[in-house]
Design a protein around this ligand. Sequence first.
Ligand code: NI
Length: 167
Amino acid sequence: MAILQILQYPDERLHTIARKVVQVNDVTRKLVRDMAETMYAAPGVGLAATQVDVHEQVIVVDISETHDQLRVFINPEILRHSGESEGEEGCLSVPGIYEKVRRADHVTVQALDQEGKSFTVQAEGFLAVCIQHEMDHLRGKVFVEYLSQLKQTRLRAKLKKRRREAL
Ligand code: NI
């Protein structure tokens, strides 16, 4: 296993649209293992392949406190969504920034598992939020892009300053 480098916003590569996985195989499974290790090490509750510069539709999520309930979604699709709620989100590609985002509070998602088998899951609350957040990454969208232009401009300036100070 390996810990992968996570792209940092506003890296242009975060805007890449991920391809569907054509065949779930050992390469996919290795990617999933590395992504899970990277997510746990960060630590975070979700990671999309886009964030590690692999542009295929793969996401991993684990919202358990014990870090032993890994969920893998390959080629995920939202079949149904309902309700709406606003919650604070963060992202491993935008460290230290937490902002409120409005999303569906119930989603039914269909995806492939690590064996290439199709499954459907109904998610609500925080899990639903995480899945939608990670699926956005696959479409090249980072959660801060839901904010107003003014807020985004301020955020980019803040991150730039922080990066300069870190050097
Ligand atoms: Ni994220």
